[in-house]
Design a protein around this ligand. Sequence first.
Ligand code: HEC
Length: 121
Amino acid sequence: MTKLTQIILRSALGSMLLAGGAALLCNPAFAQSAEKGREAFARNGCWQCHGYQGQGGAAGLKLAPDPKPLVYFEAFIRNSNGPMPPYSEKILPKQDLADIHAYLSSIAKTPDYKTIPLLNQ
Ligand code: HEC
C-alpha cells in the first residue's frame, strides 16, 4: 500500500468514526435523560458489578464520575468479550445506553479532601 493510500484510508476511517459519533450525540432521538438512565442502570443489572453510583467494586470497574465518552461506551458494551457480558441492541436499546451515560455523567465528583476544613486540621 502506498503512503498516499494509507493517508486517504486513515482519514476516511477517521471521518466515518467522527460522523458516527456525531450522529449518536447530536440526533434528537437520543436526547438523554439521567433519571431514565438511573432506572436503566438498575433494571439491566449494571449495578451488580459496577455499584449503584458506578463507583466500581470487586466485580466491575469504576464508571463514574467522569465516564468515558458515549461512543466508547457503546463500542465496549456491544462488543465486550471479557468478564463483562456484551449487551446487544435488543437487550439494551441505544436510547437506554445513552440515558445510562447521561446518568453516569450526572454523578458529581467527590470534593478534594483539601477543600474540606475538618480534614485539614
Ligand atoms: C457481570 C458483571 C458486570 C455487569 C452486569 C456489567 N458490567 Fe460493565 N464491566 C464489567 C467488568 C468486569 C468490566 C471490565 C471488563 C474488561 O476490561 O474487559 C466492565 C467494563 C465496563 C465498561 C468499560 C469501562 C472502561 O473504563 O473501559 C463499561 C462502559 C461498562 N462496563 C458498562 C456497563 C453497563 C452500562 C452495564 C449494564 C448495562 C454493565 N457494564 C454491566 C462487569 C460488568
